[in-house]
Ligand binder design. Structure first.
Ligand SMILES: [Zn+2]
Length: 473
């Protein structure tokens, strides 16, 4: 079976062939670390987590790079007179910009860990790669893909004829979705800033041959992905909103710089809706990932995120989260039933294990069809629940299969350790020992005391009463 991925560039499902046999190098556009991550962002990261885990399942050696934007992402994406998102947020929160960045990076990892999203091999920060970006801009200027106006450097979109046809969007004629205000510095309204001259009071600034300033947003992804993944790599992922501006600009920069094809497969995830509507702070239907995790728990949220196909809109509603919770419970129910079953003589599940694996792979090979893959696992678990009289070794194999497939989709499926309250348990032992003492069986009562002491529980007889202390080692 071969993996097929929907390539937004060709608008077709294509057989995935890596550039280097057995290896996959991929880049995903990451977080601008200026505020809490919203649940729509989490959807993107959960989608690429599925991609990564399935590539690993198929035996590929995967190398994944994702960025943190900590400079250059302007509010409204308008190149002139707009404020840097980091600076604006830092000013509002009365924080140092880099302290703000540290906070939101730490929050990012906390939320992603709770969602069991695998960490990338490299998280590259824009501010750590200013030299690489400047190097790229120099070459783009030399190759006449860019021009300088008053210390600002712009990409000349007409120098890259392929631009209009990218993603089949007719980007120059239709204007895409980005409404770009007229900027007298630009030759074409779609030209975009590679380097921006810092205005007075702009704290984040670096020297450059053109001005003391800071990089435009798009250049970081080109510079950092090429640095770590090479000039030609396999997959580039991002949210659907990047199809119109950010990704065409990344391609124009990268291919303008190298003069050759940059990325083979482009994957984009659909948006997440809140109660059927586009997420919007002003409408009050806005959820941060943290809010969702606090309300439902990380694993339920993850189950919700993977329950719809990454290219269809998913809808964050109480009902859908409840369904995710119930579906997640199905996993734990079956795993526990197997654990507690003594098994029997039947062997019919052996065949079902082979079938579910095959069906799971068929679903996932078809552009990562997670809802279908989950459906196949539920069907399998139903059969297991009704056939617990299979041989124990087959039941264990079924359990391993459920864990493998569930975890490939990014569920944690951790064995839940039951918490035992120690105090009532010790009191039962003390009562038992006191029975022996009453009957003057001191040999037995001392034996209990000594054995407990070895486990770190010390008993002291105070007249009729026995108290205990847990010794700390
Ligand atoms: Zn990017």
């Amino acid at each position: 079976m071969v993996l097929k991925l929907f390539n937004t560039m060709t608008r077709k499902k294509e057989v995935f062939k890596p550039i280097e046999k057995g290896k996959v190098r991929f880049y995903s556009c990451g977080q601008t670390v200026y505020s809490d991550m919203h649940i729509g962002n989490a959807r993107a990261y959960a989608s690429w987590d599925v991609l990564k885990r399935y590539l690993l399942y198929k035996g590929y050696d995967v190398f994944h790079v994702q960025n943190f934007t900590d400079v250059g992402h302007l509010v409204g994406d308008v190149d002139k007179g707009a404020e840097d998102k980091i600076l604006k947020s830092a000013r509002e929160k009365k924080m140092q910009p880099m302290a703000l960045v540290e906070k939101y990076i730490a929050d990012y990892f906390r939320d992603n860990d709770d969602l069991n999203i695998m960490r990338a091999d490299i998280y590259s920060r824009a501010t750590g790669h200013i030299l690489e970006m400047q190097e790229m801009i120099k070459v783009l200027l030399e190759k006449k893909h860019a021009y300088i106006v008053d210390g600002n450097v712009y990409y000349d979109i007409t120098s890259f004829p392929k631009y209009n046809d990218l993603f089949g969007m007719n980007l120059l004629k239709s204007g895409g979705k980005a409404r770009v205000k007229k900027d007298p510095n630009k030759r074409h309204p779609k030209d975009f800033a590679l380097w921006i001259k810092a205005t007075k009071g702009h704290i984040m600034r670096w020297p450059s041959p053109w001005s003391v300033g800071y990089p435009g947003w798009h250049i970081e992804c080109s510079a950092m992905s090429i640095k770590y993944l090479g000039e030609h790599f396999d997959i580039h992922c991002g949210g659907k909103d990047h199809i119109y501006v950010h990704h065409p600009n990344e391609i124009a920069q990268s291919e303008g710089y190298t003069g050759k094809k940059w990325v083979n497969y482009w994957l984009h995830n659909e948006f997440l809706l809140i109660n059927g509507e586009k997420m919007s702070k002003s409408k009050g239907n806005y959820y941060t990932t943290r809010q969702a995790i606090n309300e439902w728990g990380g694993e339920v949220v993850k189950m919700f995120l993977i329950s719809s196909h990454y290219r269809t809109a998913s809808n964050y509603t109480n009902e859908n989260l409840e369904t995710a919770k119930k579906n997640l419970e199905k996993f734990y129910t079956t795993l526990n039933l197997i654990k507690n079953s003594e098994g029997g003589k039947k062997t019919n599940l052996e065949k079902e294990i082979r079938i579910v694996k095959k069906k799971f792979e068929e679903a996932m090979d078809d552009d990562l069809n997670t809802p279908l893959a989950l459906k196949e696992i539920y069907e399998f678990m139903k059969k297991v629940n009704k056939n617990l009289d299979n041989k124990k070794e087959i039941l264990n194999k079924a359990s391993d299969t459920i864990l493998l497939l569930g975890r490939t989709l990014g569920l944690k499926l951790e064995e839940k350790k039951e918490k035992i309250e120690l105090e009532p348990l010790i009191k039962i032992i003390i009562d038992l020992r006191n029975e022996y003492r009453k009957n003057k069986n001191y040999k037995k009562s001392d034996e209990i005391r000594d054995k407990l002491l070895k486990t770190g529980i010390e008993l002291k007889d105070e007249g009729e009463k026995t108290v205990f202390a847990i010794k700390k080692f």
